[in-house]
Design a protein around this ligand. Structure first.
Ligand SMILES: [Zn+2]
Length: 477
């Protein structure tokens, strides 16, 4: 039996998070707005209007291109892509064609199995979005809000070999877009849309078979499911001696079924020509330098540095660099603390991250600042408070905004390591629980933990647990 491998390329449309649209001053993100409320003569293509390029679109596009290791062109052009569709009022889309903002590039995608897949970028250009049609009660409704929303179209080479690899690519791309601050990259809100080109071939072959294009796969799970389903279908076709035709398929997430849409347009059908209403984009050296002036350390670089510099396990480094603000939080806390970076990671990944998620906050919105987290860790290290008081303090600081030291002072939370006070509490516990004392002396030594717990309860969590255990051992003989 022949073994097959999938050959997958992804075409993504990324909505840049500019305030206004690409060629007019209408609001760009209309997700929460009623249909046709963010429109004007320019984006609805009325006669006699002229587009004006939003420079923020070029800047965000250039940041993304740079992060993808693409080469920025000093001069690029906009072109008209002509096609007729009800949601495209001009009858053409302003896009870029042969002289796009950038060319080349790649994204390295680490896979959970341990290897890294380098995914080549074949196309990276700016364009405007079209509107949206919707079928409702036998009517075809059109919403022009999305017309003129700035997009980057990015097309990869056929470099991905499975549905899981395609999913990982999207996960890393989404992380990168948010990290750079160029897109919210929320697939549910169509900030990041994906089409997949899929073909199969015998494993190890180096030629390409005809591919199908799957449209409308708008979540990571949908990408995985749609590709898996299409790869299986193509294998069935080939095994049955049929040819795979170059169809365009529509993925229906609800039913998990691929439907044939139409045969694919070819490039010639679009009759591209230079957009005569826009000037070339001159990305001068000064402008480029200004855009890239505070280009950030990228997530995978930071992940590697966290492992190297702080001795973190890969697992920790991955979680801490999932989001830029979280990784900044971690690093600021490590600096303020000055102690073991792994300890900061433990507290952050367990308790602090849970608070962040439960409260729906961004790390930089926390009242529990990195400096306050560091202060709590220092109080624990100095023996002023015990571990569990420290954990409780995280919440108290977050809720009050007061410094940890002030709360310890005000609430008398400092650890009691006074031998006499703990000894008295231990004696009380033993006197109150003669049955347990008997069992313990009879050999049930696991009761020690329970005794310590009782002492801690008596002292409202403030006792030095290690000292309590020592005294109990002594009293129990
Ligand atoms: Zn407009």
């Amino acid at each position: 039996m022949t073994e097959y491998e999938a050959v997958i390329g992804l075409e993504t449309h990324i909505q840049l998070n500019t305030t206004t649209k690409i060629f007019c001053s209408c609001k760009a993100d209309s997700w929460f707005d009623p249909p046709n409320t963010n429109v004007c003569p320019v984006c609805t293509g009325l006669p006699g209007v002229l587009p004006v390029l939003n420079e923020k679109v070029v800047e965000k596009g250039a940041l993304l291109a740079h992060a993808m290791h693409a080469e920025l062109r000093p001069v690029s052009f906009f072109d008209r892509k002509n096609y007729f569709y009800p949601d495209l009022p001009k009858g053409y889309q302003i896009s870029q064609y042969d002289m796009a903002l950038a060319h080349g590039g790649y994204l390295d995608v680490p896979m959970p199995q341990g290897y890294t897949r380098r995914v080549g970028i074949w196309k990276l250009h700016l364009e405007e979005d079209a509107g949206k049609t919707r079928n409702e009660r036998n009517q075809r409704l059109i919403d022009f809000n999305r017309c003129g929303v700035p997009l980057v179209e990015m097309v990869t080479g056929p470099d991905l070999r499975s549905a899981d690899e395609a999913a990982q690519y999207l996960i890393r791309l989404r992380q990168l877009l948010r990290w750079l601050g160029v897109s919210e990259a929320d697939m549910e809100k169509a900030h990041l849309r994906c089409d997949a080109n899929v073909s199969i071939r015998p494993k190890g072959a180096d030629y390409l078979n005809p591919k199908t294009e799957i449209k409308n796969v708008n979540s990571i799970d949908a990408v995985r499911n749609a590709i898996n389903s299409e790869v299986e279908r193509q294998i069935r076709e080939v095994e049955a001696g049929r040819r795979v035709e170059a169809w365009t398929l529509d993925w229906d997430e609800d039913t998990g079924v691929l439907r044939k849409m139409r045969s694919k347009e070819t490039e010639a059908d679009y009759r591209y020509f230079r957009e005569p209403d826009l000037l070339p984009v001159y990305l001068t050296d000064e402008w480029k330098a200004a855009i890239l002036a505070d280009f950030p350390e990228l997530p995978l670089e930071r992940r590697a540095r966290f492992i190297e510099q702080y001795g973190l396990p890969e697992y920790d480094a991955e979680i801490l660099t999932a989001e830029r603000k979280l990784s900044d939080y971690y690093e600021n806390a490590v600096k303020a603390y000055g102690g073991d970076p792994k300890k900061v990671s433990n507290w952050l990944m367990n308790d602090v991250l849970r608070m962040i998620n439960e409260r729906g906050l961004a790390p930089d919105q926390m009242k529990l600042s990195p400096a306050f987290l560091a202060e709590i860790l220092k109080l624990v290290d100095a023996g002023t408070i015990n571990n569990s008081t420290g954990k409780a303090l995280l919440v108290k600081v977050e809720e009050s905004g007061q410094s940890p030291a002030a709360i310890v002072q005000a609430e008398g939370l400092a650890k009691v390591s006074d031998d006499a006070a703990i000894r008295a509490a231990c004696q009380e516990v033993l006197a109150e629980n003669p049955k347990e004392v008997e069992s313990f002396r009879g050999g049930k030594e696991t009761l020690m933990g329970w005794f310590v717990g009782q002492v801690m309860r008596k002292m409202r969590g403030k006792a030095d647990a290690a000292l309590a255990k020592k005294i109990l051992e002594e009293l129990l003989g």
